[in-house]
Write a new protein. Structure first.
Lengths: 340, 327, 147
């Protein structure tokens, strides 16, 4: 365990940024968002960013390749492979766990090389929470907000930022920071950890559990009558999907710029009427089916396919942002109440 | 007010005036209320809620609800009633299938603004005499003035008048409210073009194309949006480029010009806090200045400024010659 | 973005009403009146056919200026199309101005079938305006501009 005085935070960031690009949450008109660090930029105090950290590995739009016609041949231009390595500072425990969930999709065979490339180049410095929000329920998924996973775990306590390497990448990063850091005792952050854990359990969603979902058969969940009332107010917008750290669906589209065809992929939302649109039409024609798909995916299909791991990390973004106040906790409670 | 609403709803259910009730349903917290349809007195007792956070405009839901058999009771706030009236003018709702009880609204609070005060670990929020008492897990209590955390649409409320109803919960109607809702538009108009451009790039570049602004909008009632139609040539799921951000928002605002009642839902729901109402209000301000004062939804008027004309309308060049933008 | 090798030349899109200005352009041609070849004419059945989306799409595809030409007020082949177009374009231009797009990149002119002279003059002056404004940067789609 190492530590650095808060007054030297700017120096610390400068030192990291010397070698690699550094991204961290800063205050913005919409709340907090990740930005590339530059002298003068200050770390946000917000509990979490509005958009999740998945953007770094799975950006909203991404170029796949371009196709150009010259004479009778087609030329395919692959995108340039990004080579810059970067440090993500201040990722919360929930978002760190979301990377694992994304990994289980993008790094499974066939490996998504775009995603893999970015994942390998990133060093994640995870920041422990000390001011959880009422919408937080990461504990339901076994995530400890007071002891985040990541290449380096970090805590702000008193006048210091405490840093602890958790992987080789993390150790390499701390080694580079050299004499900016001083040795510290793990006991220094224990009080804070206990307080955070207590706060999380005392908050309104502190006792939420999703485990009961697993007791019921997939088809029983699917056929549950409650989907009708749960989905009736859904506007079919993509807010929940786009702020979600674990939503991973995308569409592959092309743009004809008049000279060439640009193939790109972009986030898609299962809430949209044109999601998985095929030549024959759409496979889910009503908002009920689309709504059900999103929650079935996170709470039933994902755990079924990935050793019981839910496709949710309890970051609470959808609870804060849904225009009509519908969210995964309400869905879970309604579904479980049916089978009590 | 909640109790009176529930009582009246139960009466109307019982005497057969309506067979269901459109309202707002309790959530996990005080603020995550969901528009919902209630069928029985028990459901109303259990879950019907009216509080400082029931801001959602239910008029849009009535497009689908009034197509169903039976008659639905709808509680409309003044701003919701403007949207409903406009939908009536467009023949998008069936007036006969809805029984409207007009309810007053003194402004709704914005949870995002409460969070922006830096209060975290909220365990409870209660209403007391126009104030909100926010209790946190650390047992602190913050008194927040409701006015300070009003939604933008409530801060610049244009009217407390309910424009269409079968009865009024309070027995009397409100009045139009003097407001400064065009001040911010005028402020942007007064900026030099470069600054205006930079301002809007800063705002619109945050767009994530979640379509919440479009989907919540009562005026956006097309069965299939041009931006969802792969054959339209402008369909796109992501703001892949600066141009597309501009395109989407200009066209979205344009498509509702003349029909937008300025209910402010677009800005309320934007997860990225883009002041979308400033685009709609620009159109409203221009129409007022060039074609005479007009408030969508206020009266039974089918033609609005964009579907109407006069022989002596100003030429388009006026935009460039009237000095500054809009003045 | 690649640097262009050739000097910049403006691209102007002119939406011309079939019943007046399109014929006006014809007349300008038969009268051998000059106007720059940078103007690309798109024939529409009425100025009212011009959807605000068309204007934005023209800019996306690389136009530096867009002009809509219709019949003089009162002379619309369909009685009132140009009156609607007038309001629509006024509101659109005002919105573009509000967003900080340069004034003058868009214009509406009423040109009758008999006004070949006016057509050429209008186009000459519009091209001049666009040349003085320079390339369209604020409403461009970068994807359509790179080589």
């Amino acid at each position: 365990m190492k530590r650095v005085n808060r007054s030297k935070l700017g120096d610390l960031f400068a030192k990291i940024a010397e070698a690699e690009a550094l991204y961290l949450p800063v205050d913005a008109p919409e709340g907090a968002r990740y930005e590339k660090w530059a002298p003068g930029k200050k770390l946000s105090n917000a509990t979490n960013t509005v958009r999740s950290a998945k953007d770094f590995f799975f950006p909203q739009t991404e170029r796949l390749y371009d196709v150009k016609r010259s004479g009778k041949t087609l030329e395919i231009e692959p995108p340039e492979t990004e080579t810059e390595s970067f440090v993500l500072f201040g990722v919360r425990a929930c978002d760190v766990r979301s990377f694992k969930i994304l990994d289980s999709v993008f790094l499974a065979d066939p490996v998504d090389t775009f995603y893999k490339n970015r994942r390998e180049r990133a060093t994640v410095v995870a920041l422990a929470c000390d001011r959880p929000e009422e919408t937080c329920f990461c504990g339901a998924f076994g995530i400890d907000a007071a002891a985040p996973e990541g290449d380096v775990s970090a805590w702000f306590e008193g006048d210091f930022l405490y840093l602890k390497a958790q992987s080789e990448k993390g150790e390499a990063l701390l080694a580079k920071l050299g004499d900016l850091l001083e040795d510290a005792d793990e006991k220094d952050v224990e009080t804070q950890q206990m307080r955070t854990r207590w706060m999380l359990s005392a908050l309104p969603l502190g006792k939420v559990s999703f485990e009961g979902m697993k007791k019921t058969d997939l088809m029983d969940h699917f056929k549950n009558e409650k989907w009708r009332s749960l989905s009736e107010a859904c506007l079919g917008c993509g807010t929940c999907t786009f702020v979600c750290p674990t939503c991973q669906c995308y569409d592959v589209k092309e743009f004809d710029d008049g000279r060439k065809i640009r193939k790109f992929r972009c986030w898609d939302s299962c809430m949209y009427s044109d999601f998985t649109l095929m030549a024959h039409g759409n496979s889910r024609n009503s908002q009920l089916e689309r709504f059900r798909q999103r929650f079935m995916h996170k709470l039933v299909y994902h755990p079924n396919n990935h050793d019981g791991e839910f496709g949710c990390v309890g970051c609470g973004r959808c609870l804060q942002k849904c225009p009509i106040g519908m969210n995964i906790v309400k869905v879970e409670k309604a579904l479980e109440a049916t089978h009590e | 007010m909640q109790d009176r609403m529930i009582a009246r709803a139960k009466e109307l259910l019982e005497n057969g005036t309506v067979d269901r009730v459109m309202g707002w349903k309790k959530g996990e917290f005080i603020y995550d209320v969901t528009p919902a349809v209630f069928y029985t007195a028990d459901e109303l007792e259990k879950d019907f809620v009216m509080n400082a956070f029931t801001a959602a405009n239910v008029s849009k839901y009535l497009i689908a609800e009034t197509k169903k058999p039976g008659r639905i009771l709808a509680f409309l706030k003044p701003c919701d009633s403007y949207s409903f009236r406009q939908l009536m003018n467009e023949h998008r709702v069936d007036r006969d299938n809805v029984y409207i009880v007009g309810i007053p609204s003194w402004g709704k609070a914005d949870m995002e603004k409460i969070r922006a005060l830096g209060i975290t670990g909220i365990t409870d929020i209660t209403e007391k005499d126009g104030d909100l008492l926010v209790t946190t897990v650390m047992r602190e209590t913050h008194a927040v003035k409701k006015y300070d955390v009003y939604l933008e649409k409530c801060k610049n409320c244009k009217s407390k008048r309910i424009v269409v109803y079968d009865e009024l919960l309070d027995g009397e109607n409100g009045e139009d409210v003097p407001n400064n809702r065009f001040d911010e538009v005028a402020k942007i108009e007064a900026m030099p073009p470069d600054e205006r451009f930079a301002f809007w790039r800063g705002e619109l570049s945050r767009c994530i194309r979640c379509n919440a602004c479009r989907n919540v909008c009562p005026a956006c009632s097309c069965e299939k949006c041009v931006f969802d139609n792969p054959k339209s040539g402008v369909e796109n799921k992501a703001p892949a480029d600066d141009f597309e951000e501009n395109l989407f928002h200009i066209i979205r605002a344009y498509h509702v010009a003349g029909r937008c009642t300025d209910c402010g839902e677009c800005s309320r729901v934007c997860p990225q806090h883009i002041p979308l109402h400033l685009l709609n209000r620009k159109f409203i301000k221009d129409m007022n200045e060039l074609y005479g004062d007009y408030q969508a939804g206020e009266t039974e008027q089918v033609r609005h400024p964009v579907t109407n004309y006069r022989d002596d309308d100003a030429e388009p060049g006026i935009v460039y010659t009237r000095g500054g933008s809009g003045r | 973005m690649q640097v262009r090798n050739e000097p910049w030349k403006p691209l102007i899109v002119a939406f011309c009403c079939n019943w007046c200005s399109y014929a006006g352009a014809d007349l300008a041609g038969t009268n051998r009146l000059n106007y720059p070849a940078d103007v690309k004419i798109i024939r529409v059945p009425c100025s009212c056919r011009v959807n605000p989306l068309f204007i934005l799409r023209a800019f996306q595809r690389g136009a530096d200026g867009v002009i809509v030409c219709g019949c003089h007020p009162g002379d619309c082949h369909y009685t009132s199309g140009n009156y609607y177009a007038r309001r629509r374009m006024t509101l659109l231009f005002s919105m573009l101005d509000y967003l900080g797009i340069e004034k003058g990149r868009t214009r509406v002119e009423w040109v009758s079938a008999a006004e070949g002279q006016k057509f050429a003059e209008t186009m000459n002056s519009f091209v001049e305006t666009i040349v003085s404004l320079g390339e369209n940067k604020r409403l461009e789609d970068l994807r359509c501009k790179t080589e």
